[in-house]
Design a protein around this ligand. Structure first.
Ligand code: GAR
Length: 193
C-alpha cells in the first residue's frame, strides 16, 4: 500500500475526498500523516476523526523554510511516506522537500493553469469574466502552481452565477477529479511493484 502525506492549510474538503476514496477502496493508499501549517485549520479535525497522525507547525517559529521543511522531512521519513499530496497547502514547496520527493509531489489548483495561479484563483477568474475556468492537477516544482500538468477539467461560468456558485462548481469537480487522478497514479505505481 502506497503511503502518502497530505498537506493542507484550510478546511480540508479535498483532504476529506481523499480520506473517503481510501475508505471506499477507490484509492489504494494509506494516508500516513497530515501536515498542516495552520493550528486552527479544520483539516486537523478531519484527521483526528479518522485517526490520521498530524504534524502541525507554525512557520514563523522557524528561522526559514529550510528549517521547517527539515522537520517535516523527518516526520515524513518516520512515517515511510512515498508521495506528497497538496490539498490547499498555501505555501511554495522548497528545495528540501522537492529534492527528497522529486516527481512525487502533486497539487490541485482551482483554475485551468497556467491561467490564474496563486491565491484566490476562483475570484481571479470570476473578476476576469471568463466563461470557462476549472481545476488543474499537476506535479509540483519550485514555482507557484507551475509544473507538468496531469489532468484538467473545465467548469462553465454562467451569466447569473455568483462567485460562491462558481466556487461550489469548482469544489464538486475537485472532489471527484483528485481521488480519480490519485487512484490512477498510485494504484498503477502499486501494481508495477
Ligand atoms: C482548493 O480549492 C484547492 O484547489 C486550492 O485551495 C482549496 C482548498 O480547499 N489550492 C490552491 O489554491 C493552491 N494554489 P479545501 O481546504 O477545502 O480542500
Amino acid at each position: 500500500m502506497t503511503k502518502i502525506a497530505v498537506f493542507a492549510s484550510g478546511s480540508g474538503t479535498n483532504f476529506q475526498a481523499i480520506i473517503d476514496a481510501v475508505q471506499n477502496k477507490q484509492l489504494e493508499a494509506e494516508i500516513a500523516i497530515l501536515v498542516c501549517d495552520k493550528p486552527n485549520a479544520f483539516a486537523i479535525e478531519r484527521a483526528k476523526e479518522n485517526n490520521i497522525d498530524v504534524f502541525q507547525f507554525i512557520p514563523k517559529n522557524f528561522e526559514n523554510k529550510q528549517a521547517f521543511e527539515k522537520v517535516i522531512l523527518e516526520q515524513l521519513r518516520s512515517h515511510d511516506v512515498e508521495w506528497i499530496v497538496l490539498a490547499g497547502y498555501m505555501r511554495l514547496i522548497g528545495n528540501t522537500l522537492l529534492s527528497a520527493f522529486e516527481g512525487r509531489i502533486i497539487n490541485i489548483h482551482p483554475s485551468l493553469l497556467p491561467s490564474f495561479p496563486g491565491k484566490d484563483a476562483v475570484e481571479q477568474a470570476y473578476e476576469a469574466k471568463v466563461k470557462v475556468t476549472g481545476v488543474t492537477i499537476h506535479y509540483v516544482d519550485a514555482g507557484m502552481d507551475t509544473g507538468p500538468i496531469i489532468a484538467q477539467a473545465p467548469i462553465f461560468i454562467e451569466e447569473n452565477d455568483t462567485v460562491d456558485m462558481v466556487r461550489m462548481k469548482i469544489q464538486q469537480v475537485e472532489h471527484k477529479l483528485y481521488p480519480d487522478v490519485l487512484a490512477k497514479l498510485l494504484n498503477e505505481v502499486e501494481s508495477e511493484v
